[in-house]
Design a protein around this ligand. Structure first.
Ligand code: AGP
Length: 606
């Protein structure tokens, strides 16, 4: 979704802002723009379409100015167009603003301002912001106060940057939308996402909801909403700059698929240790509490929710605690049964998913303990939850989540083992066995990644299909769900995931000659049953691809063998060929795998 970058220092702001916007392209957007302070006036350059259009259409090389703000817009209010692109200015062209989020009461504010004589050039909710600032500034002649009065009028979510020839620096504010400030040497940076400015600094400040920041090249000041000065803690990000580059791969997605063994090692490092208890120092959870809890909720969206489904199996099987998984956007409306005997776990790679954050707030207000599993240090969800467990997967840039998924699954399984140790629900030998297998996952993934030819060949056959089915039982169904999501989101092939036994209750009617059905079998206990379901579709003309770690000989199926592993952990290995399959199909179709249509990397609207 929308991305923000800001710069103030001694260098030309324009190339740094463009660089930041390019780093944010993965979030998904449809227009982009920049505002610079140049010779005491604001210059705005904005275009529909890609970031490169700003430079192409505006002779940007000549643009000077050491202070600037920039934006990529993912349209919500008003179509993608140059007029609706950010930055937006007030009528007097005194203030330029970029904004992420949604101003829910913008119509009301627009009417108010119109009555005061203001006009609007765009259809956006954002344009009320610079005009309201101007309105209050006329009254008090003090920018900080005018800005604060404006913020008090806004309902909804925002990360806002403002520049003006009236002051040297950049004013920033946030409410439920991400914003980070990167500290440099005689220069400072602002962004909605860390990767946008990771090549310039690793030292970051995080703004909290309701706070204002004022950033000059030498100073970073923070104020609360009473305009009292406050101190925010500086954090050092360990992410390597190269982690946000393609590193020789054609696409971020492929690079991130290949980073999965390392991501899992990082996730488990120091947490899961052989012949020793698991170690999750950030979770202050003891035996008394765990014995008291009646149920666990795992709440998330998309791929993160699929990781939660695998987590449910682990928590139920290892800890014997009833676990319910819910889609975050449904959670609030399902009237969940939450009290102080409920543990709620929220999974979000970005930590900014609006539905997941709203669900977390609901759980907290009902006295549940909340744990956030996230990949992004300081993200909104990590600041809301009682406890945070980071996945340490490194920056994930491709919209299609891959390494975040495996690290989320590894995290939650690690936590389940940790709880099982505390609760003593499992035999010590069993625990050591599963830990050994967990720690062995990176080498098993490597084996799959070393042998991709078969998948590349299968991808060629499926490339021109319009439909596909993914089926499995138990955890294999959870893998099917994630495999199917990967295929639809990047290759635009319609696909459905079904519990293997459910097909004959309706969807089997859709099986025609040559329809591809992808089966998953990673558990020998249910192997025969899934095989029978595959036979049922085979006799109706389907072509079968089977991902399996069970010894199966069947000449009617293309069988992709993957390494043997405990069925609780199997999704982490079995998802790899399915990620690759989706990737190569999308590549064969010539699609932009990293930035699939209509999708955004972090979904900050409900
Ligand atoms: C998966 O490939 C998608 N990009 C999407 O389903 C994603 O997992 C979902 O939007 C949740 O995002 P989050 O983990 O950042 O909360």
């Amino acid at each position: 979704m929308c991305g923000i970058v800001g710069y103030i220092g001694n260098k030309k702001a324009n190339p740094i802002l463009i660089d930041g916007l390019l780093a944010l392209e993965y979030r998904g957007y449809d227009s982009a723009g920049i505002a610079l302070i140049d010779n005491g006036k604001i210059n705005v350059f904005k275009e529909k379409g890609r970031v490169k259009n700003i430079s192409l259409n505006n002779n940007m090389d000549t643009a000077t100015g050491n202070v600037g703000i920039a934006h990529t817009r993912w349209a919500t209010h008003g179509k993608p167009s140059q007029e609706n692109a950010h930055p937006h200015m007030d009528n007097s062209k005194m203030f330029a603003v970029v904004h992420n989020g949604i101003i829910e009461n913008y119509s009301e504010l627009r009417e108010f301002l119109k009555k005061k004589g203001y006009h609007f050039d765009s259809e956006t909710d954002t344009e009320v912001i610079p005009n309201l600032i101007h309105y209050y500034y006329q009254d008090c002649n003090n920018f900080l106060e005018a800005f604060n009065r404006t913020l008090n009028d806004l309902k909804g979510s925002y990360a806002i940057l403002v520049i003006s020839p009236l002051f040297e620096g950049v004013y920033v504010a946030k409410m439920a939308s991400p914003l980070v400030i990167g500290e440099g040497n005689n220069e400072n940076f602002i962004a909605s996402d860390i990767p946008a400015i990771l090549s310039y600094t690793k030292e970051f400040y995080f703004l909290n909801d309701g706070e204002i920041g004022y950033i000059t090249k030498q100073e970073i000041k923070f104020y609360n909403n009473k305009l009292e000065k406050i101190v925010n803690e500086k954090k050092v990000i360990e992410w390597d700059k190269n982690a946000a580059d393609k590193d020789g791969f054609d696409d971020y997605m492929l690079k991130e698929i290949y980073e999965q063994p390392r991501a899992i090692k990082e996730t488990l490092a120091g947490r899961v240790v052989l012949n020793n208890s698991c170690n999750f120092p950030d979770l202050e959870i003891d035996k008394n509490y765990l014995e008291k809890i009646k149920r666990v909720y795992i709440v998330a969206c998309g791929t993160a929710m699929h990781a939660g489904l695998v987590g449910k199996k682990a928590i139920e099987q290892l800890c014997n605690i009833t676990t319910i998984v819910d889609v975050a956007s449904e959670f609030r409306y399902n009237k969940p049964i939450i009290d102080d005997e409920t543990l709620c776990i929220f999974i979000s790679q970005s930590g900014e998913t609006a539905d997941t954050i709203a669900a977390l707030k609901l759980a907290k207000s009902n006295n549940a303990k909340t744990i956030a599993i996230s990949n992004v240090l300081g993200s909104s969800i990590t600041r809301e939850a009682d406890y945070v467990v980071y996945t340490h997967a490194g920056p994930e840039i491709a919209v299609a989540s891959t390494k975040a998924y495996v690290s989320q699954v590894a995290t939650i399984i690690g936590m389940a083992i940790y709880f099982a140790e505390i609760l003593d629900t499992l035999d010590k030998k069993e625990i050591e066995k599963i830990k050994t297998e967990l720690l062995d996952l990176p080498s098993k993934i490597d084996k799959v990644l070393d042998n991709t030819k078969e998948i590349i060949d299968i991808a060629k056959n499926i490339t021109n299909e319009t439909n596909a089915f993914y089926i499995g039982r138990g955890n294999d169904y959870n893998i099917a769900l994630e495999g199917s999501l990967k295929l639809k989101e990047i290759s635009y092939i319609h696909s459905e995931a079904y519990p293997a036994g459910e097909l004959k209750h309706g969807p089997i009617a859709l099986i025609e000659n040559d329809t591809y059905v992808i089966g998953i079998i990673t558990n020998s206990d249910i192997c025969e049953k899934t095989l029978s379901n595959l036979e049922e579709v085979k006799t109706r003309g389907a072509k079968i691809v089977l991902i399996s770690n069970v010894d199966i000989v069947n000449e009617d199926m293309i069988i992709v063998n993957i390494p043997q592993i405990n069925s609780i952990l199997a999704p982490i290995v079995a998802i790899i060929p399915l990620q690759l399959l989706a990737y190569y199909i999308a590549k064969n179709k010539g699609l932009d795998v990293d930035k699939p249509r209509n999708l955004a990397k972090s979904v900050t609207v409900e």
